[in-house]
Design a protein around this ligand. Structure first.
Ligand code: NAG
Ligand code: NAG
Ligand code: NAG
Ligand code: NAG
Length: 620
């Protein structure tokens, strides 16, 4: 009796499954476009082309009711429905809520961490503002006011000065399992970087994106590997220097596809509070960006001129950046911390310049985080930053930290690193690589004499600490094998985007063109990328503005070997901070909802689904 019921049950089950198989089913498609907003996407299966709809570009979706779709691909169609492009991949349908990306295979890459050999001095994030996930490529689409955007993308310079206009936009930022949208605005970033047609952009959001109200999209236009900036950021971070970090993003503005960028933080009040204080409600203090115009000057040399804040304001090398509007209401108080620092340092030099006792160091650490400065100089040296602080007092912010009542430096802009001298007359082209401390002093002269760093490093205790930091950083953080693993993991993450990115410069139809004095372009290739992440150099081929004299690995190996030799006899057993030795640094709680875990859960769910289908198939 019981057995019969079982049999009947089984037959009913089989019959109903068969009926289900014969019926039209719903197939859901969800894909992110990497093309301009005049292009639509359709699903191609068999001989059918089914256009998808987009209620929030760059995402296209639709359900197709049909008997069966096993294999399919996405194609690009124009306004008239004409196919204009087709993916290189064939997809197999599976039930999933995860969005696909046009012409990109899904992948899950684990990016290894570099070693952190020193005690943490800063939080490097808060619970609310954490690092963007390292292994995600965001898709950033900005729909901007057309007239304003055309002006910016045609005239990033106006009569030799930077065009500082901002243009209103709405933004969508999506990944396979994340969708953000907000209004906000864009502006063109930088000075050197805007000499390239692939412009870098600053974005301000009205609504927070991953805890952020502002990000930078850095074009990496001169780098055939698209990895040098990211690696440089990671190196500063690993030695505990607060740095604006991020990950990769594809950028589309209106109908212009710009390619692969780094999406990183900007020095905003939120970033300072989170990364330096680990507390979103901390006091902000004030920061000044330092600009040096080499070789002619002016340089942000931090030399005392007089007590008048206007002298420094008008000097051309210091720019008031983030400040507490309640604390510093008027201009004199906004500039007062810079004037104070320059005076404190001037007094210290006047008093202790030739004093090699510990007292000199004790007095300096009363107002300067020496440890953090030395760690920054060490990384500047390891990556030979040719537009950064150690060489030129450039591309760093001087920050007055109100919690600690002292000053520190925050480095940024690493697009001239891990590359060599680029013909700079201020570096010894023959020997710069083998010198890991005085490489910056080759061409000291009246215009720029390295007064600031020289005055500090002439104190033996400080020089000793520099050597220890360098010795540990070069063997642990800058370790050739670990850097190799890190670089190759990043290469795996972005490889499918490399040719696409480089080729886009040919079709980027903005007003900023070859005929302009600037608007430099590079025509690097996938082969350049593959070679230059390791040992091959990229020469001038007449087609590109930049070369890349060293491969990244060749650079790291060569520099690493020289800096190891320089520090071979350094005793690293005492690795205590020379200043700012804190034990109560807040660190952010591990993020609970990383997009990675969601992806893997969804994968798990779809695996379960496939498994259940397989079991039904076996029963049948
Ligand atoms: C841009 O947006 C801001 C804030 O939403 C608004 O005040 C401003 O008028 C807008 N500018 C233009 C040119 O539309
Ligand atoms: C330190 O010594 C050097 C060399 O003797 C001298 O030129 C310089 O003026 C001295 N510095 C101070 C602040 O006395
Ligand atoms: C993913 O799965 C883990 C456990 O396997 C669970 O803790 C987590 O909440 C899940 N995440 C999502 C977004 O479902
Ligand atoms: C070796 C060394 O200089 N250690 C110092 C670390 O920082 C604390 C606080 O500033 C000093 O007291 C230690 O001497």
């Amino acid at each position: 009796m019981y057995k019969n019921i079982m049999k009947i049950n089984l037959i009913v089950h089989i019959l109903s499954s068969l009926i289900l198989l014969g019926e039209a089913k719903k197939f859901n498609f969800n894909v992110i476009s990497i093309m301009g907003d005049s292009v639509s996407i359709a699903v191609k299966y068999g001989n059918n082309i089914f256009p998808l709809t987009s209620s929030s570009f760059p995402v296209f979706t639709s359900s197709i009711e049909t008997d069966n779709i096993n294999q399919y691909k996405y194609v690009a169609i124009d306004k008239t429905g004409q196919q204009i492009d087709e993916e290189n991949i064939i997809r197999t349908y599976s039930e999933s809520n995860v969005k696909e990306i046009y012409n990109r295979q899904p992948k899950k890459i684990e990016i290894p961490k570099l070693d952190e050999p020193f005690k943490r001095q800063y939080s490097m994030g808060s619970d609310k503002l954490q690092s963007l996930p390292n292994n995600v490529i965001y898709n950033v689409y900005a729909k901007c006011d057309e007239a304003g955007y055309t002006d910016l993308s045609s005239f990033p310079f106006i009569d030799g000065s930077v065009n500082t206009n901002t243009v209103n936009c709405t933004f969508s930022i999506v990944t396979p399992d994340y969708h953000y949208s907000s209004t906000g605005n864009i502006h063109v970033l930088g000075y050197g970087s805007r000499t390239y047609r692939k412009l870098s952009w600053g974005i301000k959001f009205d609504k927070k994106f991953m805890g952020r109200k502002a990000v930078k999209l850095r074009a990496m236009a001169s780098d055939p590997t698209l990895i040098r900036e990211k690696l440089s950021i990671e190196l500063y971070k690993s030695v505990g220097v607060p740095v604006q970090e991020g990950t990769y993003a594809r950028l589309i503005i209106n109908n212009d596809v710009y390619g692969l960028y780094l999406i990183i933080d900007s020095i905003s009040s939120k970033w300072v509070k989170a990364y330096i204080h680990g507390d979103d409600k901390a006091k902000l203090g004030v920061s000044y960006k330092m600009y040096s115009c080499h070789p002619s000057g002016p340089f942000a040399d931090l030399k005392y001129i007089d007590d008048n804040y206007e002298t420094y304001r008008d000097y051309g090398s210091y720019k008031l950046d983030e400040f507490d509007e309640l604390e510093a209401k008027d201009e004199p108080s906004q500039w007062s911390r810079l004037v104070d620092f320059i005076k404190l340092f001037d007094n210290w030099v006047k008093t202790y310049d030739n004093d090699t006792s510990d007292k000199a160091v004790e007095e300096l650490k009363k107002f300067l985080n020496i440890e953090s400065l030395l760690r920054m100089l060490v990384v500047d040296s390891l990556i030979v930053g040719i537009d950064n602080f150690y060489l030129y007092n450039s591309n760093a912010a001087l920050y007055y930290n109100p919690q600690r009542n002292n000053y520190q430096f925050i480095p940024y802009d690493f697009d001239q690193t891990l590359i060599g001298t680029k013909g700079s007359p201020d570096l010894d082209s023959e020997n710069f690589m083998s010198d890991c401390i005085t490489w910056v002093n080759y061409n000291d002269n009246e215009i720029f004499d390295h007064f600031f760093t020289k005055s500090i490093l002439k104190h033996p205790q400080i020089k000793k600490r520099y050597d220890i930091i360098l010795a540990k950083a070069v063997t642990e953080t800058y370790n050739g094998n670990k850097v190799h693993a890190f670089v190759h993991a990043l290469a795996d993450l972005i490889r499918d985007d490399v040719s696409w990115n480089f080729e886009l410069i040919n079709s980027l139809n903005i007003g900023y063109k070859d005929s302009d004095k600037n608007s430099f372009v590079n025509h690097f290739t996938l082969q350049n990328f593959e070679g230059n992440i390791d040992y091959e150099h990229v020469g001038y081929d007449g087609n590109s503005y930049d070369d890349a004299n060293y491969g990244i690995q060749a650079f790291v190996d060569a520099r690493g070997e020289k800096c190891k030799a320089y520090t071979a006899n350094v005793d690293t057993s005492d690795n205590t901070n020379i200043s700012d030795d804190y034990n109560d640094v807040k660190v952010p709680k591990a993020s609970s909802s990383s997009s990675l875990s969601f992806t893997s859960n969804t994968t798990r769910i779809s695996l379960l689904f496939l498994l259940s289908q397989f079991i039904i198939y076996l029963i049948l």
